[in-house]
Design a protein around this ligand. Sequence first.
Ligand code: CMC
Length: 380
Amino acid sequence: MTTTGGVELKRGLNGVYLDNTLISYIDGNIGKLLYRGYDIHDLAEKSTFEEVLYLLMYGSLPTKDQLQKHEAFMRENRAVPPQIFQVVELTKEAHPMDVLRTAVSALSAFDKEVDDFSPDATRRKGLRLTGQAATILAGLFRIRKGLKPVPPSKTLNHAGNFLYMMFDKNPDPDEMKLMDVDFILHTDHSTNASAFAARVTASTLADLHCAVVSGIATLKGPLHGGAAEAVMKMSMDIGKPERAEEYVKELISRGGRIMGFGHRVYRAEDPRAQHLRERARVLGERRGQPEWFQILQAVVKAMEPYQKRGIFVNVDFYAGAVYHLLNIPEDLFIPIFALGRIPGYAVQVLEQFEHNQLIRPLLNYIGPMDLQYVPMDQRR
Ligand code: CMC
């Protein structure tokens, strides 16, 4: 906190509570994360992405019957209008995050409920966007290779369907579970920068598609969703575990940051990281590429001295290796984070709409005052 001219500044809104929430709880000092009161560890190990979406959207765990209906709705709402693939085709040279943002924006032209702000319509749109975003991204992956998009499966779950639409084959059950856990871990994280952006947009009473587009745009940066991509690049630069310590020391001495480390709210290990750590190790061994995990663990060791400053591994640290081992290209890592987070934006928008107040903070002006306007021909 700094004080300028009598005004108390909270730069980056660090430590500022915006509102009450019933969605996620984070205790950054002990690395605790709850969705609607349920521990992320239980959800990651015992639940499914579909069940977690129900929990977040409706506030309680579903009964068997409720879950079946909800899963059926998700399976039936994955397809995108053919025009959306034309948008993808036209923009395919851009970063996939820009393609996803543009295509999601274009979807608003085809969603008949776009102007319906009721809670039920907002939930339906949120679930539709979740499925459709996966269809767009898998379609882009194939279009870039000169292949046709694979139509969504009518039987697989969301994670399995995503892998199926990418690689055009029934996914391995372990890899499907891994993707499912990855989506669960990324679904919501309270007022992270992109969910905040989605809330700001919703607070003007713009529609859900606008809010989701704001969220996707904000997620793109390397300080937020971009870290997994950067971690994989870093691992490739390091090349072998023995080089990790020197790399870390050298980068930090130049004022650089180790991607996949540190977090605005955690002063302990991000509780989401552990669920990808063991899975990244096992997947690396299965795929005959144990070196990525070994490099990552060497970076963790080299970063131990920074733990006393509250800098620990975050969720993105192992995610990059997992995606790489699943044969997913690096520039799709951030959009995959977005696939997990889109329903989180929808839930936050739902909550914002419930008791909306325009979000409009202040900036403390520190520039010159009352300058005299100089006509163009007298300026030098
Ligand atoms: N490597 C080295 N030093 C770091 C790191 C890091 N990854 N993270 C923070 N620090 C240092 C930083 O240099 C600063 O030192 P000093 O006080 O000497 O200037 C101090 O810790 C505080 O950093 P900050 O940027 O003021 O703190 P913040 O709360 O704004 O930072 C962060 C949060 C995520 C932007 C930052 O930790 C970072 O840049 N990490 C790397 C990017 C990354 O992994 N992002 C993914 C976050 S998890 C996914 C998500 O939820 O978005």
